[in-house]
Design a protein around this ligand. Sequence first.
Ligand code: HC0
Length: 589
Amino acid sequence: KINININGIALEVDQGKTILEAADQAGIIIPTLCYHKDLCIAGNCRVCVVELIGQKRLSAACATPCEEGMEIRTNSLHVRNSRKHIIELLLSEHRAECTSCYKNGNCELQKLASDYKIVTQDFIPLAQQKKYTIDQFSPSILKDDSKCIRCQRCVRTCAGLQGVNALSVAHKGDRMKITTFFEKAITEVVCTNCGQCINHCPTGALVERNYIEEVWDAISDPELHVVVQTAPAVRVGLGEEMGFPPGERVTGRMVEALKRLGFNSVLDTDFTADLTIIEEGTELLERLKKTLKEKDPSVKLPMATSCSPGWIKYIEHLYSDCLEHLSTCKSPQQMFGALVKTYYAESRSLKPEKIVSVSIMPCTAKKFEAARPEMHASGYTDVDYVLTTRELAIMIKQAGIDFAKLPESSFDRLMGQSSGAGVIFGATGGVMEAALRTVYELVTGREVPFEKLNITPVRGSEGIREACIKIENPQEGWEFLDGVELRCAVAHGLVHAKQLMDQIKAGTSPYHFIEIMACPGGCLGGGGQPIPTNPEIRAKRTEAIYAEDEEMPLRKSHENPEVLLLYKNFLGHPLGKKSHHLLHTSYIE
Ligand code: HC0
């Protein structure tokens, strides 16, 4: 421990703490822009400057470690004036058309300009003179150079959190910019569309491509039947946009809000999450049989989950010789889309061409996924529009809905029922846990004891986690699995996916089954979730997901009555002909 003094307050702090962290401990807020809890320190925006008594130069609080006896002033005249100048300089290079900016109201630069009352313009407004590019080619991400303050959070996100490096810094001095390889469009580089850059951008330089108006148009058209599905993680994030603290579950209110917005049917992606488990679990068992029993060298293990579209793009871009490891299952979003315009349309006597299928996702890559040319198994575009959790919040506000006063409502039927296993898809490790609950019962014919339903080794926030399940006394047909230790691994954040993929590539992977989610924390930390994000917020959302699971009357996918009905009345059996056509896919090298 060392002793310091901040603004006259004596403080004991751990050695190695930065001034920013020490100030936080003392309840003193130092403004930041380039700093983010998820990222390595850059110290390049200088907004967090503080005065150290005895030193002439100001220091960046985020990048300066505390030293014994340090006397720090965070609010002296020198600090205030410098900070104001820094903000003014940043604004002089920023196209500050705030009222027409998509980030209006949730922009960190705007908030600083407001807090520091920047009302004069002492510097030449360079943003008006410079040429700039707005990259609008991606169905997921818009990148507007004129709003960029070059804090490089996006670059550090893409490199440090995701290990993708689609964004980098080019040029020097006043020509310096954040760009891509050879300044190509985002769609032409290794971007996975994960949207983590959006979640970490302090301004409107990176935002989601929004489809709010298109969805309003569809809802307003009396000829159309507009169906909406909501992803598992939306229900534990949406509340933050509506003034609730992180971790508030708003499932029932969300459903009621969607009904009031005018959707004709409010259904649940968790239903197809359960369906995914049946298809993917069966596929895993088939692969185990082919490799362990039939010794078929053409079948690849470990099998990797295939529901996170950022992860899919990552493996297609960077490990295209490992695509056979991916499960052929489409994601729950796309399974849902394919069923809405076939099974749902038939059951409800609706013409598929009159159905508009909308999904609410915590994810920007889902927009890209829905736009993939192969996602037309129903004969139509399976999912027409994908909105993020943030876009849904905008619609709710536009509609004048007082979210806090809403009663709770239930999902509509046919594709609205789910188990707790479907819910936990929203957290890293959830797909694995859900799959293991089902695979164990399919193989042994015995029920997973209630106290063992929570498979804790695959839970948590470690980048990579492992579980080993020993199979004993399997039922008839699965004898070859007797005594087999099913080795599983879970990774979240693409930087961790790399470790598992390098093992596969080298032929040293010890696993049978791996789950990879592109975003930190899984979907609940997705690129379409409320901003801000950080480890504490994601931990609260994670707790909420598991609490939702524990409250569900059914907690195993294969017990979902609506899924069983779907097989009985429409699909036949898992991995059957219809399933293969509607629910499975292949990948692009
Ligand atoms: Fe996810 Fe999903 S769990 S990817 O994170 O599998 O986006 O929430 O909707 O599709 O169900 C996202 C979340 C989903 C899908 C599901 C999967």
